[in-house]
Write a protein that binds this ligand. Structure first.
Ligand code: NAD
Ligand code: UD1
Length: 336
């Protein structure tokens, strides 16, 4: 059973590769290293003790992708490759639509031409927009996204659903991630952002290691218990294990499914800062600043459906997420 992992050198992809190898799958990884380093592949091999095939290729390169499908016998695809920075997507909408939507269309076309019709896709809680009230359920309306990144995820969900409607030999699983943080227990792989981190946890760990002076907490006047934004943080290894379950389902039938991958619990920014300080023993300097445009007060999942249909639930708590994020950052102060 051979699984193609697009974007497998990235943060979530690398953790998922390890869990796929641990579960006995053979994997073929494709990445163009736009937002990752080759070293992550060495570490996947080191941690899993297994070998796998890698191609440096852009998923928009139809000819290159076709050659890979012709050479390898691919049974299913887990599709992580994409650009993911919300702010950057507002500056570079053409690049985001081209890479995320263009890339997915090319990938699906090559898959179909080679008779591979099973795909697990990295979607996001961002598709719920800002009008639904948490806990968010898969049956709630999607859309109303407020930035090109979010809109690419929303549009790709529609595109994949239309593909399924046109030909139900496809098996499609849309996974809506909440806020992945944490790292592999070994401290050997983790999130390695370029430049100034946009997301909360990498910013906290960089303040703790002394690379940044102070965390800006974006607003403390939200309608939440302590006034700061509430999110559903999920350990990246739990997320990776969710992909193994979703893949099992995609391989076993011809369905179109959508699942939230979250814990169902919301933590505020200050809850995360406090949990991190406790786990690391390091004080995190922070100051309260204005709200960040586009942010909402509260976002967390109802993860019941994934439990009922996939038998998956997140097992790792906020302490473990903080400990593992810190181990990765402190053992790799400059990333890979
Ligand atoms: P990441 O940037 O670490 O990984 C994405 C990988 O895809 C990178 O290795 C990058 O080099 C590669 N890539 C990008 N464009 C490519 C292309 N055209 N061809 C080949 N490779 C390409 O990001 P991540 O955090 O691991 O996220 C993985 C997926 O999950 C993305 O689609 C992202 O939008 C989605 N997602 C992430 C989060 C999050 O908080 N990290 C939340 C929701 C959804
Ligand atoms: C963001 C994206 C979302 C994307 C997700 C994962 C926005 C508006 N949303 O979600 O589309 O799917 O990342 O990549 O960017 N915070 C601070 N200080 C910081 C950073 C964050 O206070 O320096 C706060 C935020 O206001 C928020 C929480 O921490 O309340 C989490 O922020 P972040 O990690 O950026 O994730 P989201 O905004 O939930």
């Amino acid at each position: 059973m051979s699984i193609l992992v697009t974007g497998g050198a990235g943060y979530i992809g690398s953790h998922t590769c390890i869990e796929l190898l641990n579960a006995g799958y053979e994997i073929v990884v494709v990445d163009n290293f736009y937002n990752s380093k080759r070293e992550s592949l060495n570490r996947i091999a080191e941690l899993s003790g297994k070998e796998f095939t890698f191609y440096e290729c852009d998923i928009r390169d139809a000819e290159g992708m076709d050659k890979i499908f012709k050479k390898e016998k691919i049974d299913a695809v887990i599709h992580f490759a994409g650009l993911k920075a919300v702010g950057e997507s507002c500056q570079k909408p053409i690049e985001y639509y081209d890479n995320n939507i263009g890339g997915t269309l090319t990938l699906c076309d090559v898959m179909r031409n080679n008779g591979c019709k099973k795909i697990v896709f990295s979607s996001s809680a961002t598709v719920y927009g800002s009008n639904n009230v948490s806990p968010l359920k898969e049956t709630m309306q999607t859309g109303g996204t407020t930035n090109p990144y979010g809109t690419t995820k929303y549009m790709i969900e529609i595109i994949l659903s239309d593909i399924y409607k046109s030909d139900n030999e496809w098996s499609i699983c849309l996974l809506r991630y909440f806020n992945p943080i944490g790292a592999h227990k070994s401290g050997r792989i983790g999130e390695d952002p370029n430049g100034i981190p946009n997301n909360l946890m990498p910013f906290i760990t960089q303040v703790a290691i002394g690379k940044r002076e102070c965390l800006s907490v974006f607003g403390n006047d939200y309608d939440t218990p302590d006034g700061t934004g509430v999110r559903d943080y999920i350990h990246v290894v739990d997320l990776a294990l969710g992909h193994v379950k979703a893949l099992g389902r995609a391989l076993s039938g011809n369905t179109l499914d959508v699942y939230n991958l979250g814990t169902g619990t919301g933590y505020s920014v200050l809850d995360v800062v406090n949990a991190f300080e406790k786990a690391s023993g390091v004080k995190v300097n922070y100051k309260i600043v204005d709200r960040r445009p586009g942010d909402i007060a509260t976002c967390y999942s109802d993860p019941t459906k994934a439990f009922e249909e996939l038998g998956w639930k997140a097992e790792r708590g906020i302490e473990e997420m903080c400990e593992d994020s810190w181990r990765w950052q402190s053992q790799n102060p400059n990333g890979y």
